[in-house]
Structure formats: C-alpha cells, structure tokens
Design a protein around this ligand. Structure first.
Ligand SMILES: [Zn+2]
Length: 88
C-alpha cells in the first residue's frame, strides 16, 4: 500500500519515476498530499535534508526557516531542471 503522498507523487511524476526515490515534502508536512508540494529525491537528498534540518532545528524554532529556504532552493532548482526537459 502506497502512502497517500507517494500516490500523489506517482500521479504527478509517473509511477516509474518515483521507484527508488524518496518523496520529499517541500512544505515539511508529512501528511500533505498536495502534488505541488512534493519533490522527488534520492535517499542521499533525504539524508542531506535531515542533516540540514537536524542542525539547529528542533521542530518549530525560527532556524527552521533558514533550513527550509535552503532546502526549497535546492528542490526548486531540481524541479526546474526536471521541467526544462533534462529527462530524455
Ligand atoms: Zn504541502
């Protein structure tokens, strides 16, 4: 059984595309299913994400915004790459 957000990501990116990928929430809400908030990453990306958030980030502090902005920039750059047709 697929998590709802994985299902949403599969609909957006295609079932094949998410195989072996981690579905990441740009909005940082694990229960969110808005495809617009979902990005695909490798487990490496996810580890980086955790590293960034783990450092000085303990839930709801202001530092979270810094980490979020950094992470969002990374994700948005990747999404732009993906949308600009780097997939052959
Ligand atoms: Zn969301």
């Amino acid at each position: 059984m697929m998590s709802p957000y994985r299902h949403a990501a599969a609909e957006r990116y295609g079932a094949e595309a998410i195989v072996g990928k981690v579905v990441m929430h740009m909005c940082d809400n694990p229960s969110c299913c808005n495809p617009e908030h979902l990005a695909l990453g490798t487990t490496w990306d996810n580890a980086q994400d955790r590293t960034v958030k783990g450092r000085g980030y303990n839930g709801h502090s202001k530092r979270r915004n810094e980490a979020d902005r950094w992470f969002r920039d990374q994700v948005m750059a990747r999404m732009r790459e993906a949308q600009s047709g780097s997939q052959v």
